[in-house]
Write a protein that binds this ligand. Structure first.
Ligand code: FAD
Ligand code: MLT
Ligand code: ZN
Length: 481
């Protein structure tokens, strides 16, 4: 990670007229001019990217956001939209030009409405995901989106990246959890699409143009989110298995026996677990002995009775069938939390262990095992001592198939190794009908890879939409497209 003194260089000198006009809109509280104060906005959570900003602007509400965008539109000042800055694709980091304004939604933190009868909650973009989850519980409802970054990421960023997380298996991606949005367009006009309707067939689904657009089509300033019944009952278990094939078989059995009550199925390799146990405090191995692969599985329902028995009998059958070699059923909330701490600790463990070449891939679940074998063989042919960290949301067909490289790898060597290994992994994913970005988005990390693999017609359609909505290319230039 970078420290503030890395940014000792003076921030770019923005045009005085721009500063004056923006200050008139957002005041002292909404303008960040000083290098030290700007630093956290200029690098990402991974410390992989850093940039310079003409200004960091933090509008308080939609009207201020729209006024800021109008001023930037008139002065042709590019905007980089930022929420919690936890993105993994470099989408929220300005470039090195110093010409861009970072527009942070972090001050727009109002929960505008909660409607338990309609099962909806309207949140502004800067509300932390954890706070949306809490507001739902206070209304005796449940908002299911859950990521390891939920204490820092914002709803606006979740929509902009169509975030996935650990509950996609049961509730879908962020896109599936949104009924309406409010957005500020690149020309500063406000589109109020905050309808709380589950049915509205009046033309194109404009909402879904902005969801997943990573700040390149406009600024999401609020959203109507779906709420669900609270899962008062939970049953959690840790499973040790010999192969991904076994875990794919276990997933199929659990889906057949538990149906909608299966809410999470996370996988990690032996080496991923070892990394967490080495780098994350207060974690210990959930099972005795070594297992090539592990899974954290969870059932949930509106009531507890029968859940533990269902999970116990399903995993008992898996042990008999050889799909599992060992199982630890959680006997308490504390034990379940200890299991989840291990799973959610992988991101942090990778950062502490060195540098990672990340692959956030999606494949049909039936192809995952074959992919893992072929990818490992191909990587080992190139790098016999390669350190693969293979984990992810098996239930969604989404693997984080990462390669660890030593912390002292130079940027140039890392770039060369990334290009080489990306080609191996992404060619295989593409050949197997998969996606090179399952949930983290494209940002700047995978922009060129996306251009390499996306069909020309799809790229043409996306560029036409971009041209129609942001003809001056002001929104997050260089990201995604
Ligand atoms: P930022 O990082 O601030 O921005 C992300 C992108 O969205 C940028 O392109 C930015 O320009 C754009 N953007 C932000 N706000 C808006 C807005 N209001 N309007 C328009 N564009 C906007 N991701 C997953 O999908 N699944 C996971 O399981 C997961 N786990 C994580 C675990 C850890 C420990 C960490 C650090 C990250 C994890 N992430 C995961 C990645 C990240 O948390 C998500 O991508 C999250 O949705 C980003 O939200 P944010 O508010 O931090 O967005
Ligand atoms: C996760 O599943 O832990 C996240 O997507 C973050 C990561 O990939 O490191
Ligand atoms: Zn993930």
């Amino acid at each position: 990670m970078y420290s503030a003194d890395d940014f000792a260089q003076a921030p770019a000198a923005p045009h005085p007229d721009l500063v004056r006009r923006l200050h008139e809109v957002v005041g002292d509280a909404g303008l960040v001019l000083d290098a030290e104060a700007q630093a956290p906005y200029l690098t990402d959570w991974l410390g992989k990217w850093r940039g310079r900003a003409a200004l960091v602007v933090r509008p308080r509400d939609t009207a201020q956001t729209a006024a800021v965008v109008r001023i930037c539109h008139e002065s042709h000042t590019p905007i980089v939209v930022q929420g919690g800055n936890t993105g993994m694709s470099g989408g929220a980091t300005p470039d090195a030009s110093g010409a861009q304004v970072v527009l942070s939604l972090s001050r727009m933190t109002a929960i505008r409405a909660v409607d338990p009868i309609n099962n909806t909650l309207t949140a502004e973009a800067g509300v932390l995901l954890a706070n949306v989850q809490r507001s739902a519980l206070e209304a005796d409802r449940f908002f299911p989106l859950s990521l390891g970054s939920e204490g820092s990421c914002t709803i606006g960023g979740n929509l902009a990246t169509n975030a996935g997380g650990i509950a996609v298996l049961r509730y879908g991606n962020t896109r599936d959890l949104v009924l309406g949005i409010e957005a500020v367009l690149p020309d500063g006009r406000v589109w109020n699409g905050l309808r709380a309707l589950r049915k509205d067939n009046t033309g194109y689904d404009l909402r879904n143009l902005f969801i997943g657009s990573e700040g390149t089509l406009g600024i999401i300033t609020a959203a109507v989110l779906k709420l669900f019944a609270r899962p008062l009952g939970r049953a959690t278990a840790w499973v040790g298995a010999a192969s991904i094939e076994s875990l794919v078989g276990l997933l199929a059995d659990l889906r057949a026996s538990a149906g909608e009550r299966l809410v999470a199925f996370e996988m990690m390799s032996h080496d991923s677990l070892a990394l967490v146990l080495q780098h994350v405090v207060d974690t210990r191995a959930p099972l005795e002995g070594a297992h090539a692969f592990h899974a954290l599985v969870e059932l949930a329902d509106t009531r507890q009775d029968g859940l533990d028995e269902l999970l116990e009998s399903a995993l008992g059958a898996a042990l008999e069938r050889g799909l599992a070699n060992d199982v630890a059923l959680s006997r308490s909330e504390a034990q379940s939390l200890a299991f989840w701490k291990i799973r959610e600790g992988i991101s942090q463990a990778q950062v502490r262990a060195g540098k990672a070449i990340k692959h956030d891939i999606a494949l049909p679940i039936s192809s995952l095992a074959d992919f893992a074998h072929r990818a490992e063989a191909a990587l080992r042919a190139l790098r016999p001592a390669v350190r693969i960290v293979n984990f992810g949301h098996l239930g969604d067909g989404n693997l984080h198939y990462n390669v660890l490289v030593p912390a002292d790898t130079t940027p140039a060597a890392l770039a060369a190794e990334t290009a080489l290994l990306n080609r191996v992994v992404h060619d295989l994913v593409s050949h197997m009908g998969g996606s090179i970005s399952a949930e983290h988005g494209v940002g700047q990390l995978r922009r060129d890879e996306m251009h390499h693999y996306k069909q020309p017609l799809e790229l043409e359609l996306m560029l036409r939409i971009k041209q129609a909505l942001d003809p001056n290319q002001l929104m997050n230039p260089g990201k995604l497209l």
